[in-house]
Design a protein around this ligand. Sequence first.
Ligand code: ARG
Length: 371
Amino acid sequence: MAWSPEKTEVKSWNEWDTLRHAIVGRADDCHIPPEEPALDAKVPEDSDMRGQWGRRPQETIDRANELLDNFADQLRKRGVRVDRPVSIDHSQPVTTPDFHTDSQFGCMPPRDVLLTVGHEMLEATMSYRCRWFEYLNYRPLLKQYWEEDPNFRHEAAPKPRLTDADYHPDYLSEKIGDAKRLEWAAEKFFVTTEEEPLFDAADVLRFGKDLVVQHGFTTNLKGIEWLRRHFPDHRVHTVNFPGDPYPIHIDATFTPLRPGLIVNNPQRRLPEEQREMFHKNGWEIVDAAQPAHNTPPPLCYSSTWLSMNVLVLDPKTVCVEKSEVYQAEQMDKLGMEVVEVELRDAYAFGGGLHCCTADVYRDGECEDYFP
Ligand code: ARG
């Protein structure tokens, strides 16, 4: 049955079929969280964010919200139904019997927390203490979908304990240096241990029957095993990108555009032995264009490679950040129609166009692209 805006239905099997319904995050009340093991390992060593925490400056929140609102309107004008989360109070601490941290993170970006697979939306375990309650920002929406769509499966992965046993102390030193980090990444020695299953939703890419999951800082092997058991009808593949000294979230590293075509970060190439399933099935993996910027914007966790954090609207159309001219040019050459979206001033809130959205509905069914 064709999708209708009057009827709520949750369904999305991949990253590229025609997008009909999405969640766009909000910058409301976003915080720079206090130090904690997993976050410390991720904040770049030369970052302006080291050693400070608290609510983000109001003018940056307002500016990011302006851009996110405009993006939501742009999507609506193209016929996409857009929902927005309801921010909780992120200044509240997180205290469980196992840990305490003085503030939370924000309701950006939704892609990190919510994984849509078919008719299911799964709240990820997360691996930062400050993000333990982040799913609450989306609960009003998930509650609504559950009430309106009788086939919707609302699931939550087991909440992790996040004691110190979850983190390798080696990563807690102030200065590690990129050389050491790259050596560790090649050995798959990441900040998270194998104490318990951990994953962030943004480490997962959906290719119909196949899920491709990045093993790195935010997702451990037990987290991937948990996903495998949770989705018994899928094939779950573990990938890693040894060129990334801060490996979190796959969507500025490996970006499928349509069946048969993926762009890959040239500094974080997928190792040869992990390419087999793609090559055997005639998929092409091309190097992404260079980012247009030499540095990320102020108070930003991510790298300049948010350039390739694009949102595919359908197999011929892609949203690219407005200033990312090289990425837009490459998309054009690859036969995609480019929709420019201004978002750079919201990057600091956790990511780009793919990050700041979550799928609710895309056309299409669960296909086997790698038979
Ligand atoms: N680790 C990526 C980079 O800095 C950023 C990924 C952001 N993605 C997300 N879903 N928050 O290159």
